[in-house]
Design a protein around this ligand. Structure first.
Ligand code: GDP
Ligand code: IMO
Ligand code: MG
Length: 421
């Protein structure tokens, strides 16, 4: 059996949580492979709304196995809060959730380091989610990290050594770290996690595949936040791209099947960093209001702009996307005209390949303008109901992106999803 991967093609918040939930009935297993509680994946169904941070979005369907893979960084305190809330609302999480022993742990001092690093950057700060993501991955790569499996062997000493190292760094940065209360909560949460199935998830995934089980991998963040291919340094600290599913779960590249690339009919970004098609005018504000574009984790305003096909083509290439999923087209339902960036103008030259730098002052988006469809589509249930202008918009995108759009989302609810024939 193959492993399918669903991932964001923009700067995150494309609607991954919603679509993973919709696709879950097709699969036996859903797995997260990177990122951590910087993610906020929203699901809506039966009048209820859930925001998942570390737990995969496949927990609400028919008892599928859900895995948090080795590539993920986990904050035990936030995990405990999330899991307890889900248990309270009736999800039998302990029966279906497995955690990798190789998950790296976010410590209280990682969060302090995240804040201190941002402070030290001053005006050049990344605008991180403040969840300790960068420092935790830094420790992983520099071989100083603490893993979930370590909690079973001589953990107190390992924890104390890592914490003391962080305290020394924080002091050298002029900080006076205080975290006694948080530390106790964190240690309690570690004991709580031990009540879950902590497994060699690479063996589990491969065993399930051998048994003929199907797996869907759920990306977090988006391709333009990838540490290698995103708008560096304004990125997250993991590989958000398709290859992240291989390293973050232990599945071989030849096991990858379909790659679902998900994007909004426009574009958003939260935090700092370049965004060539960003709108600073009333249209940008209108998109933010209509799309409720406020961060699911931090509540921050999301910056809004037109769809960027230069960036999307790049993301499709890097990920090997086989199917596209377009989200939030309903947000544009009332627009007279819609713009799509088809090239950048850099120093008077037309550029169609995503360049090394996309800093605003060097770059001018080249737009084509398409007619709006001026139709409320939020109650539609079949693509046959789509107005001509919307069908033309889809055809235009498919031609430009050379990839079929197989799912169109027309509202936040599970039911507001059109699977195209
Ligand atoms: P994720 O991080 O990729 O899972 O996305 P988020 O949950 O952070 O952000 C997507 C937001 O858009 C959430 O509030 C969803 O409920 C909402 N959403 C998802 N799909 C649609 C859609 O098709 N239309 C509208 N209007 N909202 C949507
Ligand atoms: P989901 O999975 C949108 C952004 C932050 C910041 C940068 C680095 O919900 O799509 P970090 O805390 O990771 O070190 O922050 O990345 N960021 C996201 N933006 N959606 C996300 O996740 C994000 N996770 C991180 O705003 O600019
Ligand atoms: Mg999100």
């Amino acid at each position: 059996m193959k492993v399918d991967v669903l991932l964001g093609l923009q700067w995150g918040d494309e609607g991954k949580g919603k679509v993973v939930d919709v696709l879950t009935p097709r699969y036996d297993v859903v797995a997260r492979f990177q990122g951590g509680p910087n993610a906020g994946h929203t699901l809506e169904f039966e009048g209820k709304k859930y925001v998942l941070r570390s737990i995969p979005s496949g927990i609400f369907q028919h008892g599928q196995t859900n895995i948090i893979g080795n590539g993920v960084v986990l904050d035990p305190v936030l995990f405990k809060e999330e899991a307890e809330a889900l248990e309270k609302s009736g999800v039998q999480l302990k029966n279906i959730l497995k955690l990798s022993k190789k998950i790296h742990l976010i410590m209280p001092t990682h969060r302090l380091l995240d804040a201190a690093n941002e402070k030290a950057k001053g005006g050049a700060k990344i605008g991180t989610t403040g969840k300790g993501i960068g420092p935790t991955y830094t420790d992983k790569i520099s071989r100083n990290g603490l893993r979930l499996g370590d909690t079973f062997h001589n953990f107190d000493a390992k924890y104390a050594a890592a914490r003391d190292r962080h305290v020394a760094i924080l002091k050298s940065m002029g900080e006076e770290p205080e975290f006694a209360e948080l530390e106790q909560k964190w240690l309690d949460a570690i004991e709580y996690i031990k009540g879950y199935d902590i497994v060699d998830s690479e063996h589990l995934v491969n065993r399930l595949l051998k048994e003929g089980k199907s797996v869907l991998c759920e990306g977090a963040q988006g391709t333009l936040l990838d540490v290698d291919f995103g708008s560096y340094p304004f990125v997250t600290s993991s590989n958000t791209i398709c290859s992240g599913a291989c390293s973050g779960l232990g599945v071989a590249p030849n096991k990858i099947g379909e790659v679902f690339g998900i994007f909004k009919a426009y574009c958003t970004r939260v935090g700092a960093g370049p965004f060539p098609t960003e709108l600073f005018d009333e249209t940008g504000k209108l998109i933010r209001d209509l799309g409720h574009e406020y961060g699911a984790v931090t509540g921050r305003e999301r910056r809004c702009g037109w769809i960027d096909l230069v960036a999307l083509k790049y993301a499709i290439m890097i990920n090997g996307v086989t199917q596209l999923i377009m989200m939030k087209s309903d947000v544009l339902d009332g627009f007279d005209e819609i713009k799509a960036c088809v090239a950048y103008e850099i120093n008077g030259e037309r550029v169609e390949e995503f360049p090394f730098s996309i800093e605003e002052d060097e770059i001018k988006p080249v737009y084509v303008t398409l007619p709006g469809w001026k139709t409320d589509m939020t109650a539609f249930r079949s693509e046959d109901q789509f107005p001509k202008e919307f069908k033309d918009y889809i055809a235009f995108l498919e031609k430009e992106l050379e990839t079929p759009i197989t799912i169109v989302s027309i509202g936040p609810d599970r039911e507001q999803t059109i699977i195209r024939k």
